[in-house]
Design a protein around this ligand. Structure first.
Ligand code: PGA
Length: 287
């Protein structure tokens, strides 16, 4: 009798112990501390800038500085299509990946002026940005089209950086999280994994303006994006997927923004055109 009571007490203690461990483990995951496993990605979006000479000089300068320093982060640069091949040569022997800024969803065929995923891998690209707000606005790209581009890119072996983010008016109307959830649901394909997809949250009103949301706002939106990813792709995938912040990232604000638990790097426009600024962002945030 006494023995049974002792056994029951031990079983009870063991159960309580496991329950407490489980609770702490899930809290740990929910709070994004799991990002220890998510290496930061410092990505440059050169947009429609740089002829060959300028682009080669910039790429060489970035490559030399990355080699010099031992940064604990991954690097990506996305020049315009016209200089991808020239820039690729400058990145040999470095750990800087090359990406494009858009792609067509078809493998090949009658699509004048477009570039296919296989053409990008043929040039040595490992990534492509898709759904940037400048393409959503200038080229009327929809979530549906972006999703098709992502599927085609993934099957060609490219990793996509899928951009989402709200306009100033949407933010003022309190719709930021809803807009991001809808863009995640509409533009991220079901085949997305932490290996083939990176999300970039870029509030449109912050791009190229020098304005940024507060750190608390950025963390709130990133956590909501991870939640939407978990709903769509499962918690394990969502916890491993990188979510970058983009929009006026500069050397002086990078440390704060990139130290947030759900911010796994930055997509940098203007500041990626100056090697010193781009490297300073990495230096200040990838210790
Ligand atoms: P910005 O651009 O850093 O110049 O604001 C970011 C982007 O559009 O990717």
């Amino acid at each position: 009798m006494q023995r049974n009571k002792t056994v029951a007490k031990h079983v009870f203690l063991l159960e309580s112990y496991f329950l407490v461990c489980y609770k702490y483990a899930s809290l740990y995951l929910q709070m994004g501390f799991y990002n220890m496993a998510r290496k930061k990605l410092i990505a440059g979006n050169w947009k429609m800038n740089c002829l060959t000479e300028e682009g080669v000089a910039l790429a060489k300068s970035v490559a030399a500085k990355v080699k010099e320093n031992k940064f604990n982060c991954d690097f990506l640069i996305c020049p315009p299509f016209t200089i991808l091949a020239a820039v690729k040569k400058c990145l040999r022997g470095t750990k800087i990946a090359l990406g494009a800024q858009d792609v067509h969803f078809a493998e090949k065929g009658a699509h004048t002026g477009d570039i296919s995923p296989l053409m990008l891998t043929d040039l040595g690209c490992g990534y492509t940005i898709i759904g940037h707000s400048e393409r959503r606005v200038d080229h009327f790209e929809t979530n549906e089209l972006i999703c098709k581009k992502a599927v085609a890119s993934h099957s060609a072996g490219l990793t996509t950086v899928i951009c989402i983010g709200e306009t100033g008016a949407e933010r003022d109307a309190g719709k930021t999280i809803k807009v991001c959830q809808d863009e995640i649901n509409g533009s991220v394909p079901n085949d997305a994994t932490a290996k083939n997809t990176v999300i970039a949250y870029e509030p449109i009103w912050a791009i190229g303006t020098g304005k940024t949301p507060t750190a608390a706002d950025v963390q709130e939106v990133h956590a909501a994006i991870r939640k939407a990813l978990a709903k769509k792709l499962g918690r394990a995938t969502a916890n491993k997927m990188k979510i970058l912040y983009g929009g006026s990232v500069k050397p002086n604000n990078a440390a704060e923004l990139l130290s947030l638990p759900d911010v796994d790097g930055a997509l940098i426009g203007g500041a990626s055109l100056k090697a010193d600024d781009f490297i300073a962002i990495a230096h200040n945030s990838c210790k």
